[in-house]
Design a protein around this ligand. Structure first.
Ligand SMILES: C[S@@+](CC[C@H](N)C(=O)[O-])C[C@H]1O[C@@H](n2cnc3c(N)ncnc32)[C@H](O)[C@@H]1O
Length: 305
């Protein structure tokens, strides 16, 4: 079929009463489009272009992980504020023994014979563990229950046990620690010995408490701070005095402070160590601002009022 024949088969242009040169241009363009589309290769090219354009425009549509709802974002800063109704302070020890230690003292039969050779007789290292802040706050609050978030070898816990005994208080000190220290922890001088990949930190802490004659006044929850504080909240265990001294990065400190505040008895005091650490300081001030509290310093400790 000649080009002239093809052109004669083209549809007639719409009625047009304008310039005759424009009419002939329309015929030429129509002819080019018709010739092009009549080639199979052109159809395939057109198909590929259409598919590629569709794919590119689709791949730029990113589905948001969170909805646009501001409630999703607020969730990151929201910690449930209600815990179970409080158990009596005098029932706290038994409540924890029942929930965590099968109803018996974990010091019964301690230390097991295979562990004894792995314990140091004199290793109770801490950091500002006998600082004045402990005496100041115990004098002020006269607590029935103290909760310590981050205990390590029990240096500050045994110090608080000595103080409360000296003041004639009947105080239970609840120590929360996973008793792992932190990855890579190694003390040049002494360190927790290992048994088949497990650190002896828990047993060394227990030994130190036993040595301080404090097994009746100190109890421990050997879990992550998050799960242990969640457990206390669920069981209605509240503290009159709570010290936060676990991990010092912002997110850990932020989570510990928020979780601890939920189980602070009305009139109680929340405080913590290592105000000089950037992550701790930022968490403390953010929390104080959001809850209209003031931050006071006592040595290297921060105290919320
Ligand atoms: C600085 S030490 C505590 C020192 C102790 N308050 C004293 O003055 O003797 C920090 C402790 O927090 C514990 N720790 C850190 N992050 C934790 C977490 N997420 N859960 C449980 N324990 C944690 C470590 O195992 C370590 O024993």
């Amino acid at each position: 079929m000649s080009a002239a024949d093809k052109e004669s088969q083209l549809p007639s242009p719409p009625p047009y009463h304008g310039h005759s040169r424009q009419r002939s241009q329309f015929r030429k363009v129509s002819s080019v489009i018709y010739n092009t589309l009549s080639q199979p290769r052109a159809y395939i090219t057109l198909l590929i272009l259409t598919f590629t354009a569709g794919y590119l425009s689709h791949s730029q549509v990113v589905q948001p992980l969170l909805s646009e709802d501001i409630g999703d974002l607020a969730e990151h800063n929201t910690f449930p504020t209600r815990c179970a109704d409080p158990v009596a302070s005098s029932a706290t020890r038994q409540t924890l023994l029942d929930h965590v230690h099968g109803g018996v003292s974990p010091w019964d039969g301690f230390p097991p014979p295979q562990v004894r050779p792995l314990l140091w007789t004199d290793w109770n290292k801490g950091w500002d563990s006998s600082a004045d802040v402990f005496e100041h706050l115990i004098e002020q609050v006269r607590p029935r229950v103290i909760i310590e978030v981050g205990t390590f070898l029990g240096a500050s816990a045994t110090h608080m046990a000595r103080l409360t005994r000296r003041m004639g208080l009947q105080t239970l000190i609840v120590c929360i620690d996973d008793f792992r220290g932190w990855p890579g922890y190694y003390d040049q001088e002494k360190s927790a010995k290992m048994l088949n990949g497990d650190s002896m930190l828990l047993f060394q802490f227990m030994y130190n408490v036993q040595k301080a004659n404090a097994t009746d006044s100190i109890l421990f929850l050997p879990f992550s701070t998050n799960t242990a504080l969640g457990g206390l909240c669920d069981w209605g265990v509240y503290g009159d005095l709570i010290e936060v001294d676990a991990a010092h990065d912002f997110h850990s400190a932020w989570m510990d402070i928020n979780n601890a505040y939920k189980i602070l008895r009305p009139g109680g005091v929340l405080f913590g160590h290592d105000y000089a650490w950037d992550g701790v300081r930022r968490a403390v001030h953010s929390f104080a601002r959001l809850n209209s509290l003031r931050v006071k310093l006592d040595g290297k400790h921060w105290v919320l009022y």
